[in-house]
Design a protein around this ligand. Structure first.
Ligand SMILES: Cc1cc2nc3c(=O)[nH]c(=O)nc-3n(C[C@H](O)[C@H](O)[C@H](O)COP(=O)(O)OP(=O)(O)OC[C@H]3O[C@@H](n4cnc5c(N)ncnc54)[C@H](O)[C@@H]3O)c2cc1C
Length: 484
């Protein structure tokens, strides 16, 4: 078997960014993803392409500057999937953040984003703030800062990056889990992988492997080390992951996002307008590395924390029920700080044919890809290689008004979807419908069945498994909110 130049483990935004850049620069490459594209952290984000105003509080000027540059570039590349959005930061008497500090932060944020084309910051009195967002708690309101960031569709943006990679020759294998590694002749690596939908095992050979496994990075590094250098001690863990939970509400604000300070612990959290809904989050709970399956589930405490902080900031929301609760695990780099202050920077490191890219943010995925490829290029004998990385537009997203049948067929044909949940949750916003997409699910499943050749029992299994996942989520919300 002729080796590929590169294999990428992980089809989140990091691995897909590497695949896109490598393919656009003529390397032969395949991505192996254990579940669906963006099914890990890359569909659990707060949906912001941002510099991170709050990271200025932690003095992370370099990171914020780089991320603001990327915010502008990625917004240009995917205008249908990332939209400039205004955020209000309401300030209250006796609040943790004094007005001078917010003014300084907003000024610095603009200065670091000079030339990006995003609206500059502003300042509103209490009355003007309430005119813009009437749901804000009026008592003690002093006014609000105003700034702009981009709100993106994280899962569909990752799919667009995958389509761009595939258009330039990358192979993209979803539901394909890497289960082992062994050395091959000439310093190459054989990865064995299991197809988790159809069953069966396949082998892939490449001259170098990029590990982009997000929160599972330590686990995948240990797996590969066991296969490639048996008897050697396992690599030291790189990550200190943390879970972040969001609640999804019917629309809570006019059209703006909100950056709020939690009354109970002074943490920043957001209300982000997305797909006609409001995402409210997030929490920050340290989990072990590698994270056990329960680390990906929101807890009752997190749901209660977010709903009560929301009710404090927007009293009218107190009676609203969230539609959904979802959690993801941030692949944060290990550091001495508490998780809330853990570095959001990334790190790349090489060990023989393996290159690991760990940490980082969604927003900076192109920087991570460049750094990972620079290391891989040395292994491929290209020395100091500068890959060409322009801001060429990503493939346009498919028109969402065409209905579930057409969307599902397109997702199965062109967007690497292999399960019904891939379509409902990560190719469309059907999971955010009032009925959570239950009415549309059979038509979507039938369309996938026709495209992928499923029989009736497989089609029914897919519908049942989507419904079971919804029930589990709804039961958690019920327990958190009813049984208080
Ligand atoms: C709650 C939360 C909020 C966030 N908000 C923002 C935000 O607003 N803006 C921002 O810029 N960033 C944000 N982030 C950070 C951002 O989402 C992540 O940094 C980014 O998505 C990580 O992408 P990744 O590809 O490295 O990891 P992932 O998306 O997790 O991808 C890793 C992939 O590896 C696969 N994998 C694991 N093991 C194997 C194996 N053995 N074989 C094959 N595949 C395997 C997994 O299935 C997974 O899909 C947030 C993160 C969280 C959790």
């Amino acid at each position: 078997m002729e080796p590929l130049d590169l294999l990428v483990i992980g089809g989140g935004i990091t691995g897909l960014g590497v695949a896109r850049l490598a393919a656009r620069n003529g390397l032969s490459i395949a991505v192996l993803e254990r579940a669906d594209l963006a099914s890990g952290a890359s569909s659990a984000s707060s949906h912001m392409l941002h510099g991170g105003l709050r990271y200025l509080e932690h003095g992370r000027i370099g990171l914020v500057h780089e991320a603001l540059r990327e915010r502008a570039a990625v917004s240009r590349m995917a205008p249908g999937l990332a939209k400039p959005t205004r955020f209000l930061v309401p300030l209250y008497r006796g609040g943790r953040v004094p007005p001078w500090k917010l003014r300084l932060g907003l000024w610095l944020y603009d200065a670091l984003a000079t030339g990006s084309g995003f609206e500059r910051h502003g300042w509103l009195g209490a009355r003007a703030a309430r005119a813009l967002e009437p749901a804000l708690e009026p008592r003690g309101l002093r006014g609000a800062g105003l700034y702009a960031d981009a709100v993106m569709d994280d899962a569909r943006l990752a799919v667009a990056v995958a389509r761009d990679a595939a258009r330039h020759g990358a192979q993209v294998h979803t539901w394909t889990e890497v289960t082992g590694a062994r050395p091959a002749t000439g310093g190459a690596v054989v990865l064995t992988a299991r197809d988790r939908v159809e069953g069966g095992e396949r082998s892939f050979v490449a001259r170098a492997v990029v590990i982009a496994a997000g929160p599972w990075t330590d686990q995948v590094r240990a797996l590969l080390a066991r296969g490639l250098s048996p008897g050697r001690p396992e690599p030291a863990p790189l990550l200190r992951p943390s879970r972040g939970t969001h609640l999804v509400y019917p629309r809570l604000t006019e059209e703006n996002g909100l950056l709020l300070i939690a009354g109970s612990d002074g943490r920043a959290f957001f209300v982000v307008p997305f797909a006609g809904r409001s995402l409210v989050g997030t929490t920050e709970v340290e989990v072990p590395s590698p994270p056990p399956p329960e680390a990906f589930r929101p807890t009752l405490e997190e749901v209660r924390y977010l709903s009560s902080e929301l009710a404090r900031a927007l009293p009218a929301a107190a009676g609203q029920r969230p539609l959904a609760a979802c959690a993801g695990v941030r692949p944060l780099l290990r550091g001495a700080q508490a998780v809330g202050r853990a570095p959001r920077e990334h790190r790349v490191l090489a060990d023989g044919p393996l290159v690991t890219v760990a940490g980082g943010k969604y927003t900076t995925f192109r920087v991570m890809a460049r750094d990972a490829l620079a290391l891989a290029a040395r292994r491929l004998g290209r020395g100091r290689w500068e890959p060409d990385d322009d801001d060429a537009p990503l493939p346009e997203p498919f028109e969402t008004r065409v209905g579930a049948t057409a969307l599902a067929a397109h997702a199965a044909r062109e967007e690497f979807a292999r399960r019904l949940e891939d379509v409902m949750r990560r190719r469309t916003a059907l999971w955010l419908e009032e009925d959570r997409g239950r009415a549309a699910a059979p038509a979507a499943a039938e369309a996938m069945a026709r495209t992928l050749g499923w029989d009736e029992s497989r089609t029914q299994d897919e519908i049942r498994s989507y419904d079971e996942a919804l029930r589990e989520e709804e039961s958690l919300l019920h327990r958190a909110l009813e049984a208080r």
